[in-house]
Write a protein that binds this ligand. Sequence first.
Ligand SMILES: [Zn+2]
Ligand SMILES: [Zn+2]
Length: 331
Amino acid sequence: MMFEDLVNQLWEGAKMPIGFLMRPDKRIFWPYLISSFVMAYLLFLSKAKDTNFKSLFTKELWLGNSARVDYLFIFFNSWVKIFLIGPFLIYGSKLAFYTNEYLLEQFGYCPFNLSTGTTIAFYTLALFLVGDFASFFVHYLMHRIPFLWAFHKTHHSATSLNPITQYRIHPVELLINNAKGILIFGLVTGLFDYLSDSQLQKFTVFGNVSIFGFLFLLFGANLRHSPVRLTYPHFLERWIISPFQHQIHHSEDLKHHNKNMGSKLAIWDRWFDTLVRSKGIRALKFGIGPESNTFYRSFLGNLWQPFVDAIKSLLPTKKKAVPPLKRPNTH
Ligand SMILES: [Zn+2]
Ligand SMILES: [Zn+2]
């Protein structure tokens, strides 16, 4: 029986990435892929310079070495999700329950109860803002702390970007990201349960995507990991990270290192002085420089080497084995 369960779960994991194509809460849900492609095509038709549209049709982008590593990660991480993350997802709801209980105990019943509509509106907004900031901050720490950078390097070792590259994440980073998600969901949901006299618990039809997430996914989120140069107007890139701004984040050029760490909003990068806008930046080379051609060329190297580099980063050596990306003074 145990063996049968294991086989079933392994099979579920193997099917999971294909299932992503049918799930509206996933970035590679097929209509989002199509809308991203349409946006890239419209950009190409607009005769904007250097759109890089034709790079979408190169063999290297979809079947090259970097892409193959991406594909192995999306499958491998599905098993990580099933075996190591799935059992803990329930802690989001538990944390929400205890947060609500704690607030009740500390402050008694909330003196004002938000109406249903207000609750939904503010809860959605709060989850989006707090979640986006948390994503930025965890990402920021991954670039600043050598121990964490060792694991985040797996995502940056991609030398070509296609929509599956977003799943090229080391399992340790995946665990950290999910722990962050559970924590934010639990705390924010618990707070709004308290403020609305547990009205949130009555709503099960939230789905997993807020209106903000939906718009983000619909309007070209898949072009973030692509060669297509989709920029936003200069003023807008101070507020929202454009796909090209995320590509700058993947640039191996030193002056782009540790820049644009935001997920959706650009305001956090502005706050931490790490924002770079697209204007004046043309062709980019992706990767982590010469290291992209060492252990980080292969799936197993990307899986194993981060542990070695992370441990090395803790050892007191004169020369750090894994230097954090240098933050230049100018950009
Ligand atoms: Zn990064
Ligand atoms: Zn990325």
